[in-house]
Unconditional design. Structure first.
Length: 188
């Protein structure tokens, strides 16, 4: 059997401890918002406020309504942008439609969606960043933790910013053509 030298075992052990500490921190960070989400799910009472649908227990609706503080950087009738409370890099912010909707395809206020990309462009200019990601997660398996549609603008500054694992699949031209046809047939 292969013998691993003692000093290597120690190095592996230290690295495992370091990694698990990091994972624990990440889970702890996310569980803060997870609790909000659980609470949100229990009471899905919606109410109408100023013509816009809001969710009484949605953390981002509370920011929109000024019930909890945020570092707001842009506000219009339909859109709000504010700094992410746990940024991946300096200037990491969130741009949201004021109308409550959990996922992108639930949003009925399409003018807000159009405005959001323009706002993202303006913020990128204001931050004077050349490299950045726009990220928009839908659903827990797709890493959405706050159930109110939001677009992340994440500056890429050296090693800081969004890290990606991109597992590309090899598919045939026939498969691609089939998917394209299916989407085109169902587009409304
Ligand atoms: P997501 O995983 O796409 O749902 O990301 C939600 C983001 O919202 C995370 O990056 C959190 O740091 C951020 N967030 C959660 N609560 C607040 C808050 N009260 N103010 C600002 N950002 C927040
Ligand atoms: Zn909301």
């Amino acid at each position: 059997m292969l013998q691993i030298p003692f000093f290597l075992n120690i190095r592996i052990l230290i690295k495992q401890l370091y990694d698990s500490a990091h994972v624990t921190k990440k889970i702890a960070v996310k569980s803060t918002t997870f609790r909000n989400d659980q609470h949100f799910k229990k009471s899905r009472q919606s109410e109408t406020c100023g013509g816009e649908e809001t969710m009484t227990d949605c953390i981002f609706c509370k920011i929109v309504n000024g019930e909890i503080p945020a570092h707001k950087i842009y506000e219009s009738e339909h859109v709000l942008a504010f700094l992410d409370i746990e940024p991946l890099s300096r200037g990491h912010c969130l741009i949201i439609p004021k109308q409550h909707a959990e996922k992108l395809h639930h949003v009925t206020d399409e003018s807000a969606l159009r405005e959001i990309l323009v706002v993202a462009k303006k913020i990128a200019h204001a931050l004077k960043v050349e490299n950045y990601n726009i990220l928009q997660n839908n659903g827990r398996p797709a890493h959405q933790f706050v159930p109110h549609v939001h677009f992340h603008l994440i500056p890429k500054i050296n090693d800081e910013g969004l890290g990606l694992i991109w597992k590309a699949n090899k598919v045939s031209q026939d498969e691609l053509a089939q998917v394209a046809t299916e989407i085109k047939e169902n587009l409304s």
